[in-house]
Unconditional design. Sequence first.
Length: 226
Amino acid sequence: MTAIRLLLVDDDPLVRAGLALMMGGADDIEIVGEAADGAEVEALVDRTRPDVVLMDLRMPSVDGLTATERLRAREKAPQVVVLTTFHADEQVLRALRAGAAGFVLKDTPPAEIVDAVRRVAAGDPVLSPAVTRRLMAHAAGSTADTRRARARARVGALNDREREVAVAVGKGLSNAEIGTGLFLSVATVKTHVSRILAKLDLNNRVQIALLMHDAGLLDEPGENGN
């Protein structure tokens, strides 16, 4: 089995040491580099070719948000997991909108952080439905009307079935749960999700969920049978 190549990014050397110790105990994870600031990330990614970047948000020169945006704009970008002390911080939301695959808190139990890296490497976002709802509630604010209009215009690119699937993804349902609710096979659901990502120019399911929230579709009656 090929090891997951992991890059650690945090300005605190003690945090990096702790993460390195934690991840070093996993047989299927290889730490290929460490960075103390977002300014170092792109060069390190070019040199080490990580599968996953564990990214602190708050750094003195180039912050993790900017580094995430730069990485996710690249072709064949590694997955990014945001490392933060905040449950619902505006920077976390911006990082998720930029294409981060999820986030973990710095006080998360070590086994869960290791599991998060594995899940993201396998293509699964690290964001529970409960955390998604909390973040979305935090996102609602003064620009909600403008954001909703833009989001609804983008969602207009989807056909009816793709929209149903997108709403179900926004509600935190797994592919199997979506398939059961919409009477589709898991393979068909996966195909729809891939088409949604391509049509909307999104990176992952977290971004689908945020867009469906912005469009105001998650609370509408009758969506996905709810």
